[in-house]
Design a protein around this ligand. Structure first.
Ligand SMILES: [Zn+2]
Length: 473
């Protein structure tokens, strides 16, 4: 992959949540276009962020800095030190430029379809369609704004997402397919409008398929039933994704490098561990009277004067100390925090699983895992059962171990293993290389495009991404 020869372009395809076991494994026989990329490119496992959640993972993939440096710790952050005010990360909160912005600023022509964090749609030297986190009724969903109307006239209302935790499954599958086909149809049309230097598309349908159908197609899920009507839905869907990718690939020229990536993998969910209920049982969190099952913490009568620690649910548990002078009704003196923290870590480590064996709780301190800690980080981050157990923040359940998600049906959780693939039409390769960190994607793509790598980028160029030089003796 010579970077000095000619003007290289990039087509980046982001498949949210697509796990290596499916994209490079079970579904590959159904995917002739992906097979062509695999057989000609370099690929491997992409080790995702802590935590393995779409935001921050996509943001890290396409900025080259870690989640703490971005101040993105998940889908929700508490506003400063409030107890129940939250905000979602957005494109305007990015403290460093994305790959698209870096190249835009260098005069390259850029078109981005739905890549997170993409709301509000960032101004680029080209087009940007906002992402799946676009709020309903958002006034502007494209840059430039006029593009939205033009696309809607031709393709109908843009399908930002599906409601995967509420819709009946037959309808949901049709919705996911319609969304994916619409995104790729729009991408195809935009792709042919000019010779883009950089073109990127993100597809969230892959993530929705795994969340909504894993128990139907994955025999290792605890509720899998052989012979169910959705047993082959994963092959069917990935075949459709592959056809869409194939149509885009038919439009590229030999100067276009293709990147395919996923922000994390997916695996069956075992259940939810009720973190706040456990904190109540252990005396860290105090509520004034019992509450009905499923009561969110925000609606519970918390006695903050007798609360030292509380948590928030999701793929992982965010844990917060209730510190005097920091929280509105802080109860812990700052000098008490180290002792409470040490006791909490011991208690977390001793949590048994539903089967009586240790649950396996991994606790991370943002200040120890990130190069910088910006924004509103949790004090501690806890993963339960290697993330096969979600964290439920609600209270009043008859058990600490829920079989189902407390915020709507969900079959899957995220794994640390996403994928990457780089395909250069000018190079015959076909290697699988060792797992690479997600923070390395942006510097690697800049290098392949022959572009300088800005000094603030923390990732490095993936070693082994170029073909081994064949030296003649
Ligand atoms: Zn994701």
């Amino acid at each position: 992959m010579s970077t000095g020869s000619g003007h290289r372009r990039l087509l980046a395809i982001g498949l949210d949540s697509a796990p290596p076991e499916f994209l490079f494994g079970r579904c590959l026989p159904e995917m002739p276009n992906m097979r062509r990329l695999v057989e000609g490119g370099v690929r491997g496992v992409l080790r995702t962020t802590d935590p393995p959640i779409s935001i921050p993972a996509w943001a890290v993939m396409f900025t080259g800095v870690d989640p703490g440096t971005l101040g993105f710790y998940g889908f929700r952050h508490r506003l400063h030190h409030s107890y129940n005010q939250n905000y979602a990360p957005s494109s305007t909160l990015l403290p460093v430029p994305s790959l698209w912005k870096i190249l835009s600023d260098r005069g390259r022509r850029v078109c981005v379809v739905g890549m997170p964090p993409g709301y509000p749609p960032p101004p680029v030297n080209g087009y940007y369609i906002s992402d799946f986190l676009t709020p309903g009724g958002a006034p502007e969903t494209t840059y430039p704004p006029a593009l939205a109307k033009e696309l809607e006239a031709r393709y109908g209302p843009y399908r930002f997402d599906v409601t995967f935790r509420a819709t009946e499954r037959h309808q949901l599958y049709r919705d996911i397919v319609a969304m994916t086909q619409q995104h790729f149809a729009i991408a195809e049309e935009l792709y042919t409008r000019e010779r883009w230097d950089v073109f990127a598309i993100h597809e969230v349908g892959t993530d929705r398929l795994h969340h909504a159908f894993t128990k139907y197609f994955d025999p290792t899920h605890q509720d899998y039933q052989h012979g169910n009507p959705f047993e082959h839905v994963v092959e069917d869907y990935y075949r459709i994704v592959d056809q869409s990718i194939g149509r885009l690939l038919s439009l590229i020229d030999d100067d276009t490098i293709v990147f395919v990536g996923s922000d994390h993998g997916s695996m069956p969910m075992s259940g939810c561990f009720c973190i706040n209920q456990w904190l109540v049982e252990k005396g860290y969190l105090s509520i004034r009277h019992p509450v009905p099952a499923g009561t969110p913490l925000e609606k519970a009568p918390v006695d903050w004067s007798r609360t030292s620690v509380w948590g928030a649910g999701g793929y992982y548990a965010r844990l917060f100390f209730n510190i005097r002078g920091r929280e509105p009704e802080g109860s812990l003196e700052p000098a008490q925090v180290p002792e409470v923290r040490a006791r909490l870590l011991r208690d977390l480590a001793a949590i048994p699983g539903r089967d009586g064996q240790p649950l396996s709780v991994e606790v991370l301190d943002p200040h120890q895992v990130y190069q910088q800690v910006r924004g509103d980080p949790p004090d501690l981050m806890a993963y339960f059962g290697h993330l096969r157990w979600r964290s439920a923040g609600s209270l009043g359940h008859p058990t600490l171990y829920l079989r189902e998600n407390d915020t709507g049906p969900d079959d899957a959780v995220h794994s640390f293993e996403g994928i990457f693939l780089v395909y250069d039409p000018k190079v015959k390769d076909g290697r699988e290389i060792a797992a690479q960190p997600i923070v390395d994607v942006t510097p690697t793509l800049l290098e392949l495009l022959g572009e300088p790598i800005p000094g603030h980028i923390q990732g490095r160029v993936m070693p082994g991404i170029r073909p081994v030089a064949r030296t003649s003796s």
